[in-house]
Every structure is written in structure tokens, then in C-alpha cells.
Design a protein around this ligand. Structure first.
Ligand SMILES: Nc1nc2c(c(=O)[nH]1)N[C@H]1C(S)=C(S)[C@@H](COP(=O)(O)O)O[C@H]1N2
Ligand SMILES: [Mo]
Length: 443
């Protein structure tokens, strides 16, 4: 609701001093009063433009016809599979060439700055491959389920599609998202800083249904899940999670999975780190202990300051980011804006998102946009009048378990700076007087 009630305004006295000194001399003093004052300004002027427009004679007759209004457009046969407008050609996945030795074991980041909803279009879903993208013939692809089961099985794609269908919306985030920022802000870009997250509507069969079909032996405690790519990427998953909410999917946003996302079959492990969401899924083996595969020993562990590595850190803790404004989408000029962003948590639903425009001194609750789904991206927004002065924009999510997204400083205090994965620290965007936006970290 706008204007915000008093209960929506929070202050963090610990951060006030440091931040206000950073902004010293450039910002008018902030506090509850200035936010309520801003509320009054917004409600009294609903139009976003400043001039009254009704008297303009240019608005009395229909608009002049542009070239595209003077002829017949293209027919329906030139695009049997649709694609975006040519003028949207810059809205693409991008990779960082220096990050990996080659393009086959690499990552492409989703252009979050150009996306408007909680669903990532299939062609823009981020990619992370360890041995490139295999091209698989679905007629030959099979899923083997064996190990500690009563009736080992090999299923074809046709077999799998006969089981009862389930559809759910979930995000997938690579835990390395933001992994370059443990020591300092490095990537001056929303796409490269946060683009290893995407969200889709997945359709397939519950893993629990398949496990019921093969019959889980009572000694079974773990499942090893393995891909058909050249890496045969594999991970160990506790059986409880497999039986809880994992999906074996063949469709993404209503059509067959894209090859990049694991066509013809992938595992979706809701709310857990991207790496366990095995693509090109070809085998599930049940056992009584974890496998300690490469991906859970030399990778996907977090080296703590005392030299001990945390392992099996599957959960994606609550995280959020402001997607407008951002380095790619600066502000044109002072005036009314809507701060927009995305929040998510592997722990269930997003409960609240707070937004600060002064580096975490004052916080207001943002509006959460429906639908708010479990282990899915959630959209938030907050009206903002930018007065043309420097600002430090931050968002902070609180999930339904009460977990509060930490600052990067707090994360460092706990985990040091050796980690790559699971950086869910609060993002700060610095807005300069010319409207440009920069990735910064506050001490
Ligand atoms: N078989 C297989 N599965 C895989 C991978 C892989 O290289 N091979 N990469 C993993 C990693 S590290 C991540 S973050 C997610 C990325 O999923 P996406 O490419 O659909 O975004 O897939 C996971 N599943
Ligand atoms: Mo990953």
C-alpha cells in the first residue's frame, strides 16, 4: 500500500552512522518524515509527467500514420516458430570469456535487466554446462532406476510420459551466482552479477511416483542421480528430499525442455543449488550412503576460514535483487519511478521484501506481486521519487521461516572470503547524480 504506514518503515541504527557519512553533504537528512513526505507528493500527482496534457491540440485528432500503419504486414507463414522483435536483439544470454577455459564447460547469464515477470522465457534461461550441450535422440534416451530397489527398471521417454503429470513453477539458481563478489564488487552488471538464476513452469512426473514404481528397499537412504552428458555429472541426494518434492521433467513453460536445459529429461530439485538439478537425466541409483562425487568434494563445497570445507550445502538461502534501476538500466532524469526486483528462497515462500534507498539505514516494505509461490521467483516493487541526489539502493528479503537476507559483510564474518558458492548477500546499487548505477559493496 502507498503511502506506507508507520509499520512499514524500519530503521537500522547500526548502519546509519557509516552510511550517512558516505552520503554526507549530498543527501538531505533521511528518516521517517522524509518517506511520509514523499508519499504525500506521490498521491497528489498521479501523472508521471509533469505538464498537464489535456489542452495539447496534438491530442485532439488520431496520430499520424507511421510507415508500418500504411501497408499490409507480414503473413503468418514466415514464422512457424515465433521469435522476439528484431529490435529486442540485445536481449540475450551472455557469457564471460575469461571466466572459463572454453565455452563447453561454461555459463551463460540470463538478462534479468530485460525480463518483466517471474517466468524466464525458454531461450533466455541461464545455462551451465560441465561438458557442453549434448544433442540427444529422445527415441533412444532411457532412464535407469536401480540399486537398493525391489524392481530395477529402464524407462523410455514414452513410459515416463504415461505416469501422472505434475506441473510446478520453480527457480533454479547456480550457487556460484555472485561467486566473484566474495572479496569485492567486481561485475558492474545485473546480468553478470545475478544472471545465474532463472524460473520456469516445469512439467513431468514426481520422483516419488517413479520410486514407488521400483519399490524403495528399506536400507536405502540416498539416491545418486546422473546425466547422459559427456561429464556424466552426478550428485548424491538424501532420499527424503527425493520423496518430498523432486520432479523428473520433460517440459518447460509448456513445451519440451530445451536442449540447454536437459532435453529430453531433467531432474528438478526445488529450492536446492542448481548443480543437483541433473540435466539429460539417465540414471538414478539408490544406496545407503552418499557417493562423494567430484561435484560434492572438489566442487560445490565452501572453504571456511578455519580450513574446513562445508559440504552438502544444498539449500538456496533467501536472496533478492533490485532489477530496476540497475547498471544496465540507469535513470533518465529525476522524478517518479518504481523500484522493481525479484526475491526467492529455497525455504518456501517469500514473506516480505524491504527496500532501502539510503544504504540500509531506512527500510520500507515493498509490494509483493502475485503469485507468491513456494521456491519460485517473486516480484516486488516500491514507488520512488528520485530527487537527483546520490542514493544507495538495496533490497532485503525475509522468507516464511523468518530468515533474513544478510549483508555481504555479515556473510564474510561468518564464512570468510574463500567461498565461491552461496553468496546471498544484500546487493547495493549506487545511483549517481547523472542517473548512472554502479555495483558497490558497503563496509
Ligand atoms: N548432466 C548435467 N547436469 C547439470 C549440469 C551439467 O553440466 N551436466 N550442470 C549443473 C549446474 S552446475 C547447474 S547450475 C544447473 C544449470 O541448469 P541450466 O543450465 O538449465 O540453467 O544444471 C546442473 N545440471
Ligand atoms: Mo552450478
Amino acid at each position: 500500500m502507498w503511502p506506507p504506514g508507520e509499520e512499514n518503515v524500519r530503521q537500522d541504527p547500526l548502519r546509519s552512522k557509516a552510511i550517512l557519512s558516505r552520503l554526507a553533504g549530498t543527501l538531505t537528512p533521511l528518516g521517517r518524515r522524509s518517506f511520509l513526505g514523499l508519499g504525500a507528493a506521490l498521491t497528489s500527482s498521479l501523472a508521471f509527467g509533469s505538464k498537464p496534457v489535456l489542452a495539447d491540440p496534438a491530442l485532439e485528432s488520431p496520430p499520424a500514420d507511421a510507415p508500418w500503419s500504411q501497408s499490409i504486414g507480414a503473413g503468418v507463414v514466415d514464422r512457424p516458430y515465433g521469435r522476439p522483435a528484431d529490435t529486442e536483439a540485445s536481449v540475450i544470454r551472455r557469457n564471460v570469456p575469461w571466466l572459463t577455459a572454453g565455452a563447453e564447460s561454461s555459463v551463460s547469464f540470463s538478462p534479468l535487466q530485460d525480463l518483466h515477470g517471474i517466468i524466464t522465457p525458454n531461450g533466455l534461461f541461464f545455462e551451465r554446462h560441465h561438458a557442453g550441450r549434448p544433442d540427444i535422440d529422445p527415441a533412444q534416451h532411457k532412464l535407469m532406476i536401480h540399486g537398493l530397489v525391489e524392481r530395477p527398471l529402464i524407462l523410455t521417454m514414452k513410459d515416463i510420459q504415461r505416469f501422472p503429470q505434475t506441473t510446478r513453477i520453480h527457480f533454479i539458481e547456480c550457487p556460484a551466482n555472485g561467486g566473484m563478489e566474495w572479496r569485492a564488487a567486481q561485475m558492474n552488471s545485473l546480468q553478470f552479477r545475478h544472471g545465474m538464476i532463472s524460473c520456469a513452469e516445469w512439467t513431468g512426473v514426481r520422483l516419488s511416483t517413479l520410486l514407488e514404481e521400483v519399490g524403495v528397499r528399506k536400507e536405502a537412504k540416498w539416491a545418486m542421480v546422473e546425466g547422459a552428458d559427456g561429464a556424466h555429472m552426478n550428485r548424491s541426494l538424501p532420499l527424503d528430499k527425493c520423496l518430498d518434492d523432486c520432479l523428473v521433467v520433460y517440459a518447460q513453460n509448456g513445451e519440451a525442455l530445451r536442449p540447454e536445459q536437459g532435453y529430453p529429461l531433467r531432474l528438478v530439485v526445488p529450492g536446492w543449488e542448481g548443480n543437483v538439478n541433473i540435466k539429460w537425466l539417465r540414471r538414478i541409483k539408490l544406496g545407503d550412503k552418499p557417493w562423494h562425487s567430484r561435484e560434492e568434494t572438489s566442487k560445490y563445497t565452501d572453504l571456511m576460514p578455519d580450513g574446513i570445507a562445508r559440504g552438502f550445502t544444498w539449500l538456496i538461502d533467501a536472496k533478492s535483487v533490485i532489477t530496476f534501476p540497475c547498471p544496465e538500466k540507469p535513470l533518465d532524469r529525476p522524478g517518479h519511478y518504481e523500484i522493481r526486483g525479484l526475491a526467492w528462497t529455497g525455504n518456501g515462500k517469500v514473506k516480505r521484501v524491504d527496500v532501502s534507498v539510503d544504504g540500509g539505514v531506512n527500510w520500507q516494505s515493498a509490494r509483493l506481486h502475485e503469485p507468491v509461490l513456494s521456491k519460485a521467483l517473486t516480484k516486488f516493487s516500491l514507488p520512488w521519487y528520485w530527487d537527483g541526489k546520490p542514493a544507495l539502493l538495496e533490497s532485503r528479503v525475509i522468507d516464511e521461516t523468518g530468515y533474513v537476507q544478510p549483508t555481504i559483510a555479515a556473510l564474510r564474518k561468518q564464512r570468510g572470503t574463500n567461498s565461491i558458492y552461496h553468496n546471498n548477500g544484500i546487493q547495493t546499487w549506487q545511483v549517481k547524480p547523472d542517473g548512472s548505477v554502479f555495483n558497490v559493496q558497503l563496509a
